[in-house]
Design a protein around this ligand. Structure first.
Ligand SMILES: Nc1ncnc2c1ncn2[C@@H]1O[C@H](COP(=O)(O)OP(=O)(O)OP(=O)(O)O)[C@@H](O)[C@H]1O
Ligand SMILES: [Mg+2]
Length: 308
């Protein structure tokens, strides 16, 4: 049995501006996010991630289309947003107040003040030692952590996070990643997050949608998207000649002056070596590697932009 649908997006579009200045930020988006997973929303700058997230939260009015959260229409049944915690772009705080005080104010205004919960949340996001410091002196990463604590104050079922690991150092990212995974794996939450940090997404997300120029170009389980996307790393000399030979049979992706990546499965290794040797090219290494989400993402976005 599949999990219930947490977010249902139907024919969602957003256009900004008029006439020649018109921008189609989001174009006819259709997507179902099932509960109980970490779902990644990936796309290059300006792809429409933040605009989509703002429409999910009823912060931006769609030009067309509908958003349902737990089966409720977010505009017509606004109360459903009580089940949602969110960070969009940057969480805003009172800079002159200490972090803990900020959470207390938020909890009081939201009518769910519980000092023990605030203490626990500060510990969970790793801010216990800095909780009495004013937010003014906080680093970007610390503000992100505090934003996450604020989003969780009312114990929401669904978290919608725009670039949650923005500004965090590698250790901080690791902590937040573990924290988000724990929310989903052990506390029954659902997380929808946008990101550019593909290495992060690959490690944290169960499923992803890749969006480019306002449209979904790929969607699926991370493992399925990357299945059968093997590549060969080829180190040969002269490399430009090797590239010319291999390009006749395979497509090439990234590379540098010493090596290149060839889109081919491991079974093709003998053919690749034979072709190179036949052309008098020195082969130093041909090894098969799994494609990373980053390589996959770049190839997909490149295809879309070139209109293939
Ligand atoms: N309020 C606005 N008025 C006019 N255009 C806008 C507005 N908000 C967004 N846009 C445009 O819509 C497009 C999508 O922007 P959006 O912020 O959703 O992208 P994004 O995927 O979040 O990008 P980033 O990775 O840079 O955060 C961009 O071309 C942007 O310039
Ligand atoms: Mg954005």
């Amino acid at each position: 049995m599949s999990a219930p649908v947490a977010i249902h997006i139907e024919n969602l579009s957003k256009t900004f501006g008029r006439f020649r200045k018109r921008i189609h930020a989001v174009k006819n988006l259709n997507l179902d996010i099932h509960a109980g997973q970490v779902y990644g929303f990936l796309g290059p700058n300006g792809a429409g991630k933040t605009t989509t997230i703002c429409m999910l939260l009823d912060l931006v009015l769609p030009t067309q289309g509908d958003v349902y959260i737990y089966g409720k229409h977010v505009r017509r049944e606004h109360d459903v947003l009580r089940r949602v915690g969110a960070i969009v772009e940057h969480a805003a705080f009172y800079n002159f107040l200490p972090a803990r005080k900020n959470l207390e104010v938020l909890a009081r205004t939201g009518n769910h003040y519980d000092p023990d919960r605030i203490t626990a949340l500060l510990a969970q996001v790793g801010l216990t030692d800095r909780a009495r410091q004013r937010v003014k002196g906080y680093s970007t990463g610390m503000k992100q952590r505090l934003g996450l604590a604020a989003a969780l104050l009312h114990d929401p079922d669904l978290l919608i996070l725009d670039e949650p690991t923005n500004g965090l150092d590698p250790a901080g990212m690791h902590e937040i990643r573990e924290f988000i995974r724990d929310l989903v794996d052990n506390h029954g939450k659902t997380v929808f997050l946008s990101s550019h940090l593909l290495g992060e997404v690959e490690q944290i997300c169960d499923r992803v949608a890749i969006i480019s120029l306002g449209q979904i170009v790929r969607e699926g389980a991370v493992a399925d998207l990357l299945a059968g996307k093997a590549q060969l790393r080829v180190e040969a000399s002269p490399l430009d000649k090797a590239a010319a030979v291999l390009r006749e049979h395979w497509t090439l992706s990234t590379g540098n002056s010493q090596w290149m990546m060839v889109n081919a499965p491991r079974e093709d290794v003998p053919h690749v070596v034979r072709k190179l040797v036949e052309h008098d090219i020195n082969v130093y290494e041909v090894s098969s590697q799994r494609q990373t989400l980053e390589q996959y993402f770049l190839s997909v976005v490149r295809e879309e932009v070139s209109g293939d």
